[in-house]
Design a binder for this molecule. Sequence first.
Ligand SMILES: [Zn+2]
Ligand SMILES: [Zn+2]
Length: 337
Amino acid sequence: MVESPVDGGSGVRDGHDHTQADGDSHPHPHTHSHAHEHLSPADRTVRRVNMAAVVVPLLGLWLAIYLAWGTAFDWTQAAISLSMSMLTALGITVGYHRLFTHKSFTAVAPVRYILAALGSMAVQGPVIEWAGAHRKHHQHADGEHDPHSPHHHAGGEFAATLMGTLKGFYHAHMGWMLAGHQRGLARYTKDLREDRVVAAANRHFKFWVIMGLVIPAVLGGVLTMTFKGALLGLLWGGLVRILVNHHITWSVNSICHLWGTSPFVSHDESRNNAIVGVLAMGEGWHNNHHAFPTSARHGLRWWELDVSYWVIRGLVVLRLASHVKVPSAEKMAARKK
Ligand SMILES: [Zn+2]
Ligand SMILES: [Zn+2]
């Protein structure tokens, strides 16, 4: 999720169920011949970094709640956390997903860079790796080579047992990242590597991750003129915000491939889930999205709230974006179930 050693691997891994803990080198009969590949130093580093990206925000939440216990609701910290949350989430939904992965609209260079920088602050990996994994998800949606399908990853138990469903859910939600880095993604992202703006933002990933912690800490300190304010800014606007944003994004991969409605034919298990739809800024209308992946608009019916699409429309009004793709009424009618 965070680290991306060069995509040197040939082909796609099939061993998604090998999630043994870091440093645990017991040879699995099935993986023995690939043991070196699975436990290379780069893989170990990626696992450690990804595990840290999951655990550190959780510790942040614990500390934030501990410090807030017994005190009145802090509007300053709430405002910092909410605005950081909205901006970085839009970096993922409008930037990483709809602009860079699916090219559902075009935007001027400064907007491209800002969206990639905001997305980086969400700590879901550098933009090019993220787009590669997501393009692969669309190409193999819920098939054997889908990096994060809740199906086919529970030893065929899915839907047969509760345990199978839970295993599939965990894999799609976060297990797939903790298993190591994805190989063979480079073939999906040639266009993005050739975009100088995107390539620059990709190189600056770590800087923006750090800024995603520094900015709320500075805001918290300046707005309250206290050290505790800075610490709370770091916790609520940084770590807790990252934690919440992670789980909302991951819910699109897990919940929206398990539970909800599927009004359109999409050849996979994608679902429209209203709760994730609203929380994930429109990304939870995921069956619509799989049916029309290049559409800038995911909430296709008037009542399907899609904040990310409003932002794209806003960018168009400001003349910062153009060539917005949306499916025609005929196309939608043709794919209706
Ligand atoms: Zn999907
Ligand atoms: Zn997509």
